[in-house]
Design a protein around this ligand. Structure first.
Ligand code: DC
Length: 245
């Protein structure tokens, strides 16, 4: 008779999700891709979907307040996200590489407008949830922990001062070869915060069970390290993340 005890096979009831929410330019995107690479998880940049929709609306001459047409467009978006395995992804909209165009501030502003429409958000809900695949997902956005993945194992709410965020966005834009004005960016971030936080549908706010981080004076590595500590404290997450130990 064998005295060996069979090890239980861990099968998750649901695919584990780390939800990262916060205002624009709080560093979520960089942290999300770094974390996903470390954990071996998939990554969802949900803001990119709203940006894609805003760009598609521009291409098709659809007004940013035309909820009927935007709902249809959101339901039929012909978009692919290609990941090259190094964390860089290309976005192909209707056969065209729009990765760079999506990063323009005008597109971010337009995304914030279409994202305030209830039927647009509903039309994009299942597309976002489809990113939830084994071994796990790191999802970045405004309502990941409150609406899209309310059962996420770990929820993080990242903030930073308006000045720090404007400075980061300014440097990012210059690096990508875009023109930028720090004063305009600061004002734009204030307007975006106001719109994203005060809209009636899925406003930006921390989930009740979210862990908070103010990244104003923190580097990316420090933020990732802090989140990894929380990951290790969640057995159902740590079991599926290949470098959480
Ligand atoms: O994260 P971002 O800057 O790429 O997002 C662009 C806009 O999309 C942002 O101003 C608000 C909106 N957004 C949203 O409403 N909900 C999300 N989950 C992600 C983005």
């Amino acid at each position: 008779m064998s005295l060996e005890v069979e090890k239980p096979v861990l099968v998750p009831a649901t695919v584990p999700v780390v939800a990262l929410d916060g205002p624009t330019a709080s560093g979520k995107g960089t942290v999300a891709s770094r974390l996903a690479a470390l954990l071996g998880f998939h990554v969802l940049d949900s803001g990119l979907l709203y940006r894609v929709l805003a760009l598609a609306a521009e291409h098709h001459g659809v007004g940013l307040e035309n909820e009927d047409a935007l709902e249809v467009l959101a339901g039929h978006l012909d978009v692919q996200f290609d990941c090259d395995g190094r964390g860089d992804s290309r976005v192909i909209l209707e056969g065209e590489d729009v990765s760079l165009a999506l990063r323009q501030e005008t597109v971010g502003r337009a995304a914030s407008l279409v994202a305030a429409l209830r039927r647009v958000r509903s039309a994009l809900l299942n597309r976002q949830r489809a990113f939830r695949e084994l071994p796990g997902l790191v999802a970045d956005g405004r309502d990941m922990g409150t609406v899209v993945f309310p059962d996420a194992c770990l929820k993080v709410y990242m903030t930073a001062s308006v000045e720090a965020r404007a400075g980061r966005r300014y440097r990012q834009l210059l690096e990508k070869g875009f023109d930028a004005s720090l004063a305009d960016l600061t004002q734009d971030i204030r307007n975006r915060d106001m719109r994203d936080m005060t809209r009636t549908v899925a406003p930006l706010k921390p989930a009740e069970d979210a862990n908070h981080i103010d990244t104003t004076d923190m580097g990316v590595d420090e933020v990732v390290e802090r989140i990894l500590i929380w990951v290790r404290q969640q057995p159902e997450l740590a079991a599926f993340a290949h470098q959480a130990q």
